[in-house]
Design a binder for this molecule. Structure first.
Ligand code: PMP
Length: 397
């Protein structure tokens, strides 16, 4: 029998989530997460995955993983510092460093894990972290775990960041101060103002930390947002994920050799959680080889993103401040946005609604992520469905 206080807590909390429309119904896919997916035997055009380059289903990654499965078995068998490090993990880290043009890199089991690991390995009570108010949940949790004082600055507001950086520095209260930003913000698709952030950081001796989960493989000819701005030698921590453009799973920090050495010595998920399966590392290596060998997939991604965005705007939708292949379609009111998403799905498009509190009230949107793997015919069909649903629901813009 479960504890009465636990039962009470669970029942009332779940009820509250459901009443506020915050309860996630999970739709299991009957197959891979490609440009088309199948749910409940129904094929749908998929505009909700982070598989930007279509690599999650790429035959070359599958073949690399299959070979590694035969060579190493399924599990790594230990944490990295005991004997869970295989040569393929090290090959991945070397390739990540080259990819990011840094001295070294360390790989973790997920991007989420990586932020928890990296922030708390360097920052502590007595330090301060300046964090963009729209930073990802894993950054927020990593900051909390570090016990440093967290100072949020207004989203991409450089005047606000500078004022807070100056105040923190001049207070003399903090041993170290870090500034953390997403490279690409995942809800609006806007890019962080990294040149200004790095200038401010250099003026006030801030450690710079860029989580480029959505920029890696996408911007800067693939190498990410930091490279896009030519700042590779002026950013301390370059974080990436292996789960989005790379198409697999995992996270990493790229930076100076000394920093990576410290993270290998002190970051807790590296020390206390079993290494990623070697077949996963092998698939990531194959993905990096593809990415660094040719710009073809990135070109297709950007072409498809521009095509889809222009199509939505032609139909009369607002797409907000996006500068990347994350393309919001702003609907507005929360219930209307949810209904829009349901109707899209009825007609054959899978695109999730994002509403308050993830985005501000009244700015509910459908978040679209066309990928390199979508064909023009798929995008045209999706745009036709958007237009039909808009007409049927009588939406003005
Ligand atoms: N950082 C950002 C900015 C993200 O968007 C995400 C993914 N949702 C993560 C970190 C976590 O990455 P992963 O899914 O690889 O754990």
């Amino acid at each position: 029998m479960s504890s009465p206080s636990l039962s009470l807590f669970l029942r009332s909390s779940l009820e509250e989530l459901k009443q506020n429309g915050l309860y996630n119904e999970i739709d299991a896919l009957q197959g891979g997460n490609g440009p088309m997916i199948q749910i409940k035997n129904r094929p749908l055009i998929n505009l909700s995955s982070n598989n930007y380059l279509g690599l999650a289903g790429d035959e070359r990654l599958i073949a690399a993983a299959e070979r590694a499965l035969r060579q190493y078995g399924v599990g790594a068998g230990a944490v990295r510092t005991i004997n869970g490090t295989m040569d393929v993990h090290e090959e991945l880290e070397e390739k990540l460093a080259r990819f990011k043009q840094t001295e070294a890199a360390i790989a973790y089991q997920s991007g989420f894990n990586c932020n928890m690991a990296a922030i708390s390995a360097v920052m502590d009570a007595g330090d301060a972290i300046l964090s963009d108010e729209l930073n990802h949940a894993s950054i927020i949790d990593g900051c909390r775990l570090s016990r440093a004082k967290v100072i949020r600055y207004k989203h991409s507001d450089m005047e606000n960041l500078e004022r807070q950086a100056k105040a923190a520095k001049e207070s003399g209260q903090y041993a170290k101060i870090m500034v953390i930003t997403d490279g690409v913000f995942s809800m609006d698709g806007d890019i962080a103002k990294l040149p200004a952030i790095v200038d401010i950081a250099e003026r006030y001796d801030l450690i710079t930390y860029v989580d480029d989960a959505h920029g890696s493989g996408v911007l800067g000819k693939g190498a990410g947002t930091v490279k896009h701005f030519g700042l590779s030698d002026r950013v301390d921590f370059q974080i990436g994920t292996l789960s989005k453009a790379i198409g697999v799973v995992g996270g990493y920090v790229a930076g100076r050799r000394e920093l990576i050495e410290w993270l290998k010595a002190r970051s807790r998920p590296f020390l206390f959680s079993t290494a990623a399966p070697p077949a996963i590392a092998a698939a990531c290596v194959a993905a990096l080889d593809i990415l660094t060998g040719s710009a073809e997939l990135q070109e297709r991604l950007w072409h498809n993103a521009a095509y889809f965005r222009q199509g939505l705007e032609r139909i009369g939708f607002r797409t907000g401040p996006t500068e990347t292949p994350i393309i919001p379609c702003i609907i507005g009111e929360e219930k209307l946005t949810q209904q829009f998403s349901r109707e899209l799905r009825e007609e054959g498009v899978y695109a999730k609604a994002i509403v308050f509190p993830t985005v501000p009230k009244g700015l509910g949107r459908i978040r679209n992520m066309p990928t390199a793997a979508h064909t023009t015919a798929m995008l045209d069909e999706a745009l036709g469905i958007y237009e039909n649903v808009k007409k049927r629901m009588g939406l003005k813009e």
